[in-house]
Design a protein around this ligand. Structure first.
Ligand code: PMP
Ligand code: GLU
Length: 398
């Protein structure tokens, strides 16, 4: 098949694939508990859904401006000021079909052949692929499990080169839940200014932090760092709006302008109806956000408590997002049926689906094969039941 070299260099999104597999098994009546899904199981708040219904009733169903309506871009500007202490103007903001598309557009206009893009490991599956799609080179920098997977300035320094174009930050992190400490954010900001590289700050999980930890946007740490940072945000996780496909980026206007030009030849604009919904989400009552955060914190505690009961499993307590990233390498080398062995996180996930009817995402897909990613977008009861099933299946491994 004559596929382009560009597309031959990437693999499909395993997070989406495993989520789809679990949904399909459930639709077939199989009693599977899915720790794979990366989306809140809450409903989109009612006032947000109502805004979309009203948009349809009023016939707001035509193309909008490519970067989104003025109303939505202004809502993003207002949100960034209110929540993050950031001052942007409308022309420094683009809205897109999900923050994934915002990141994609950014990669396409900013990254070039020969550019090196630093990606902390474990990483969200999409970053390396988007870097490759832009023909640039991902440079991986491991974070230490003993340090809670929290990125440090010295980690970044180790891999800097004259070709470094950008560093991708994701705090709170998918898949580890790590939140970078403010002191380190400051040190990384100084490094970016000193060594002249860009920062792509993916803040999709900004409202989901626990133990009293607060999210800080690196762009808020000074004008110099703001001038080289792209803040990427989403309504997907914050307002349980994954299916609406609406995200945004804010940053230096020339590059935002290039993203708009690119978008004018791809999706034209985000969906008009979703834009109205996003305005209601960003500017309306924020009550539901805190309700979901509190519930996720409860679930995290519950998940950690049950994980601790599984012999051989260790887990760094996540301080944000809705994922835990337990180390399961103690089970590698153990025998399963017909003399075969578990040799990787992919083998273990396959075994758990078969033996325990439990799904998770292999850590290997996030660059860390000793781990599994467990999402806790599940009820307390499902979390308990899922981990008990997992425990029984793991006990059978010798
Ligand atoms: N960034 C991270 C870290 C994610 O986990 C995801 C997946 N939800 C996204 C961005 C993209 O989300 P969306 O396109 O739904 O805004
Ligand atoms: N971001 C979520 C996840 O990691 C949703 C799927 C995706 O877009 O990757 O599971």
């Amino acid at each position: 098949m004559a596929l382009s070299r560009r597309v031959r260099s990437i693999s499909p999104s395993s997070t989406l694939a495993l989520t789809a597999l679990a949904k399909q098994m459930q639709a077939e009546g199989i009693d599977v508990i899915s720790f794979a899904g990366g989306e809140p199981d809450f409903e989109t708040p009612k006032h947000v859904r109502e805004a979309a219904i009203q948009a349809i009733r009023e016939g707001f169903t035509k193309y909008t401006a490519v970067a989104g309506t003025e109303q939505l871009r202004d809502a993003v500007v207002a949100k960034l000021k209110r929540d993050n202490g950031l001052e942007y103007t409308r022309d420094e903001v683009i809205t897109c079909a999900g923050s994934k598309q915002a990141l994609y557009n950014l990669g396409m206009v900013l990254f070039d052949k020969r550019d090196e893009i630093i990606i902390p490991v474990p990483y969200w599956v999409t970053y390396p692929e988007q870097v490759r799609l832009a023909a640039a080179t991902p440079v991986f920098v491991p974070t230490a499990e003993e340090e809670g997977f929290r990125l440090k300035r010295r980690d970044v320094e180790r891999v800097l080169s004259p070709r470094t174009k950008a560093l991708i930050l994701n705090s709170p992190c998918n898949p580890t839940g790590a939140v970078i400490e403010v002191e380190e954010l400051k040190a990384i900001a100084e490094l970016a200014v000193e060594k002249d590289f860009y920062l792509v700050s993916d803040e999709a999980y900004e409202t989901l932090t626990y133990d009293g930890v607060k999210h800080v946007s690196i762009a808020s740490l000074g004008e110099e760092v703001k001038a080289r940072t792209f803040v990427v945000g989403a309504v997907s996780k914050t307002y349980a709006m994954t299916g609406w496909r609406l995200g945004y980026a804010a940053g230096p206007k020339e590059i935002i302008k290039a993203m708009i030009d690119l978008q004018s030849h791809s999706t034209s604009a985000p969906t008009s109806i979703s834009q109205k919904a996003a305005v209601a989400a960003l500017l309306g009552s924020q009550e539901a956000v805190e309700v979901m955060r509190v519930e996720f914190e409860r679930r995290r505690d519950h998940l950690l408590e049950h994980l601790q009961r599984l012999p051989g499993v260790t887990c760094v307590p996540p301080q944000g997002a809705f994922y835990a990233f337990p180390n399961v390498s103690a089970f590698y080398g153990k025998k399963i049926a017909r003399g075969r062995k578990i040799n990787s996180s992919t083998d273990l996930v396959a075994y758990l689906i078969r033996e325990a009817r439990v799904t998770a995402v292999p850590g290997g897909d996030f660059g860390s094969d000793k781990h599994l990613r467990l999402s806790y977008c599940l009820s307390m009861e499902q979390i308990r039941e899922g981990l008990e099933r997992m425990g029984r299946a793991l006990e059978q491994l010798r």
